[in-house]
Design a protein around this ligand. Structure first.
Ligand code: ADP
Ligand code: MG
Length: 286
């Protein structure tokens, strides 16, 4: 079993009026199954309201299945006795870094998690140092978080999660509120955690450029998994993605359009480098 396993998950929000009478039911996650192995980098794409956040909240026991089962490191999230184990195994990073940072000083903030876990003081400082280094924020350890940029703050919140030594980090649109520079910093840090520390990553995003590094991509639509595959398999389906109201990376789109015009270019071009190579080969043939 993978570090995260989701089987036949259904989640319904029950909407109530002011008197508490049931007004209706929204099926936010509708029969989803996932199996994510230790060390994988998985991305979840989907337009607004497709159920990504609801799914993510099941992966560290913020929400519990209406039907189906979620296991984190083999532990059923429905069982109360596993709650703290699960929260420690699967750390969560949200959209707004301002809501996640509570310390007055960066290093203090990063230390809160391990402190709450009862980690001995000496080890807390070791963890704070290693976590800040892992996200490239060590030199800011004595700074006030208030003065940092959005990308820096988000890297501090990621450090706060990794200081708890999770096996897996779930990031729910961590770059949505950042400028392009901040987005790049955060994605670079996340990739390093996966490459170097072998932490399992589940990245929820709607920036297409951010998912090209993943081992696997899931595309959600109306609570269901509409597509799954490698980034190349996913981005080879430009028309399908458009129907799911998703864009593709600009180079992928350009390559697709040239192919439509009859140029011998493969589908699923992901980077500028691949695009340049394909164009070179094209030029050789003409
Ligand atoms: P995403 O993260 O992909 O935007 P969400 O998981 O937030 O999607 O939402 C999925 C569906 O569930 C949407 O239809 C949304 O309106 C609904 N929903 C989300 N949160 C709640 C809530 N707290 N109460 C009722 N409905 C909700
Ligand atoms: Mg969301």
């Amino acid at each position: 079993m993978g570090v995260i396993k989701v089987k036949d998950l259904i989640f319904e929000y029950i909407r109530r009026d002011e008197e508490g009478n049931v007004e209706g039911i929204t099926t936010a996650v509708d029969d989803v199954s996932l199996d994510i192995n230790q060390g994988d980098f998985v991305s979840i794409l989907g337009h607004n309201g497709s159920g990504k956040s609801t799914l993510a909240k099941h992966l560290n026991a913020i929400l519990y299945p209406t039907e189906g089962t979620v296991w984190v490191d083999g532990k059923d999230t429905k069982k109360d006795e596993y709650l703290w184990d699960i929260r420690q195994t699967a750390g969560m990073v949200f959209q707004n870094p301002d809501n996640q940072i509570i310390g007055q000083v960066v290093e203090e903030d990063v230390g809160f998690g391990p402190e709450n876990m009862g980690v001995p003081t000496k080890e807390i400082w070791e963890r704070v140092e290693e976590s800040l280094k892992a996200v490239g924020m060590y030199e800011f350890r004595k700074h006030s978080p208030n003065k940092l940029s959005g990308g820096q703050k988000q890297r501090v919140s990621i450090a706060g999660v990794i200081a708890m030594h999770p096996k897996c980090i779930i990031l729910d649109e961590p770059t949505a509120m950042l400028d392009p520079k901040g987005r790049k910093e955060v994605i670079r840090a996340v990739r390093a955690l996966n490459d170097v520390e072998k932490i399992t990553i589940i990245l929820i995003t709607h920036y297409m450029e951010e998912v090209i590094y993943s081992d696997k991509v899931y595309v959600m639509d109306k609570g269901k998994v509409a597509l799954q595959g490698t980034p190349r398999e996913i981005f080879s389906q430009v028309e399908r993605l458009r129907k799911l109201r998703l864009d593709v990376p600009q180079v992928t789109l350009l390559a697709h359009e040239l192919k439509q015009e009859g140029f011998p270019i493969p589908e699923g071009i992901l980077t500028k480098e691949e695009f340049a190579e394909a164009i070179d080969r094209c030029a050789d043939m003409l």
